[in-house]
Design a protein around this ligand. Structure first.
Ligand SMILES: Nc1ncnc2c1ncn2[C@@H]1O[C@H](COP(=O)(O)OP(=O)(O)O)[C@@H](O)[C@H]1O
Ligand SMILES: [Mg+2]
Length: 282
């Protein structure tokens, strides 16, 4: 850790990277946001990407999931957005090589109210992340299960959103509400925000809604829906209690394999996106 203060105007030299910032969002709880964040981050780190997780949920499950216990969370995402702590000072190495995290504690639950009276309250996280220029390949923000001011901060700070979707009865209703929110953010706060993708989680063919919802989502959102689906797999739910990503706990289980496949699909999409951008710029 260094004690340098965050730089508000980072300079970008030619050999520095600009991190790709993705918010993992769904206002419903228990749909696989944290599991997706942790395992996707691990899969990306495994192919030599430098990855930072911002745990932006007061429940702190992503922190637990990469082995950062409560007692080790001295500086957190709360300090990052409310105490002017630099990103470097809030970041810790996770147990996985190449993976870093800004942990969260329950303190973060007070942040929404504390931010209300602040200037530029929707930009707190964006401003804090500016210090990351040149350092990371990917920054994944694990969002809380709501569309409040914390999630709004995440959306303003992000290039794109990744939506884990569980195939259940109310999934589509929630999804259209989320899409409207993304539209509003794009119109008012962050014109660059795009939808990186939708990934079906806890996929279970035996559930009668699965097929119907999958068909509807694929028909409506087309290519934006990942081909890879994440199956319901008990090993995935065991891993957090061992303080390890499932990918480390049991890399051969069906869930881990699915996240590896998803990560490779993500990298392919990202490469294509970069190509398209270069073509438009040329
Ligand atoms: N593919 C899966 N198979 C089985 N259990 C899963 C899977 N993905 C997540 N879980 C479990 O479901 C619960 C909710 O997942 P989580 O990722 O914490 O959701 P969220 O962050 O959206 O609240 C957790 O107990 C998690 O371990
Ligand atoms: Mg979570």
């Amino acid at each position: 850790m260094t004690t340098t203060k965050k730089s508000k105007t980072p300079t970008l030299t030619s050999n520095e990277k600009t991190p790709r910032i993705l918010s993992i969002v769904n206002q419903k709880g228990g749909v696989g946001k944290t599991t997706t964040t942790v395992n996707l981050a691990t899969a990306l780190a495994a192919v030599n990407k430098k990855v930072l997780i911002i745990d932006f949920d007061p429940q702190g499950n992503a922190s637990t999931g990469v082995g950062v216990e409560n007692t080790q969370r001295e500086v957190t995402s709360y300090d990052l957005i409310l105490n002017d702590v630099s990103l470097a000072d809030a970041t810790q190495a996770a147990a996985v090589p190449g993976l870093y995290i800004v942990p969260a504690t329950i303190d973060l639950s007070g942040a929404e109210i504390e931010m209300v009276s602040l200037m530029k309250r929707e930009y707190r996280l964006k401003d804090a992340l500016e210090g990351a220029v040149g350092d990371y390949d990917y920054i994944l923000i694990d969002c809380p299960p709501s569309l409040g001011l914390l999630t709004l901060n995440a959306l303003v700070a992000s290039d794109a959103v990744l939506i884990p979707l569980q195939c259940e009865f109310y999934a589509l209703e929630g999804l259209s509400h989320l899409m409207r929110t993304v539209e509003l953010v794009r119109a008012n706060l962050n014109p660059e925000l795009s939808i990186q993708g939708i990934v079906l989680t806890m996929y279970d063919k035996r559930n009668k809604f699965t097929e119907q919802i999958e068909n509807d989502v694929r028909q409506y959102f087309g290519e934006r829906v990942y081909q890879s689906v994440i199956p319901r797999n008990v090993r995935m739910s065991e891993a957090p209690s061992h303080g390890k990503p499932a990918l480390i706990y049991d890399m051969h289980c069906a869930g881990s394999k699915a996240y590896i496949q998803m990560a490779s699909e993500l990298l392919k999409r990202e490469r294509q996106l970069k190509k398209d951008k270069e073509l438009t710029a040329a």
